[in-house]
Structures are given as structure tokens and as C-alpha cells.
Ligand binder design. Structure first.
Ligand code: ZN
Length: 107
């Protein structure tokens, strides 16, 4: 027997077969997910706007200083990205110093 479930957005019945292949309502197109064996509407838009990916250029261009500036700029919106910017800045600085020492020692 085919089990059906109702779309939480429009109330249209959706078969389990459809949901096993697609992750949106066949009637209204709302993005859906199964949570605790119930269909839920997945929020299409995030309420908190993520900082632009361009911030990744800061530690690449200005190494550790860019990393710190990037960290302070995005920390309140995206802690994970802020930490990543800091790490990129530090790592690039270490690589830069190591490369510099290697070039000097080869002279
Ligand atoms: Zn629907």
C-alpha cells in the first residue's frame, strides 16, 4: 500500500515514492525535508545574512593582518568563517616566513 503524507505548506497529498526521489512538493514546489518521520518545510532563505566570500581574499592578500581584520568583520555573523580567516592568515604567514628562510639558506 502506498503511503501518502500531506505537504505542510499547501496541504496537497504527497506519496512516499515521490519524496524518496524528490525533496520538494509536487504541487506547490516548497522545499521539504523529513524530520522525525514528519514532513517539514525547509526555510528557503536564511534570516541571518552570511558575510561575502570575498573576505577570504583578506588573509590571502594581507596574511595575518588581513586575517585579523576579516575575523573582526565577520565574527558576529559567522564564527566558523571568522576562525577560518584567522587560520588562513596565520598559515600563510608561516609558509611565507618558511619560504623566505629556505631561500635565504640556499644562498
Ligand atoms: Zn505543497
Amino acid at each position: 500500500m502506498m503511503k501518502t503524507t500531506k505537504c505542510p505548506n499547501c496541504g496537497q497529498e504527497i506519496t512516499e515514492e515521490w519524496m524518496s526521489k524528490k525533496d520538494y512538493c509536487s504541487n506547490c514546489g516548497a522545499k521539504l525535508a523529513v524530520e522525525n518521520e514528519k514532513l517539514v518545510v525547509v526555510a528557503a532563505e536564511e534570516t541571518k545574512q552570511k558575510p561575502t566570500k570575498l573576505w577570504y581574499l583578506a588573509p590571502i592578500l594581507f596574511s595575518v593582518i588581513g586575517g585579523v581584520i576579516g575575523y573582526m568583520a565577520v565574527a558576529d555573523r559567522d564564527k566558523k568563517m571568522a576562525m577560518l580567516l584567522l587560520v588562513i592568515g596565520v598559515v600563510l604567514t608561516i609558509i611565507g616566513v618558511a619560504a623566505g628562510l629556505l631561500i635565504l639558506s640556499n644562498r
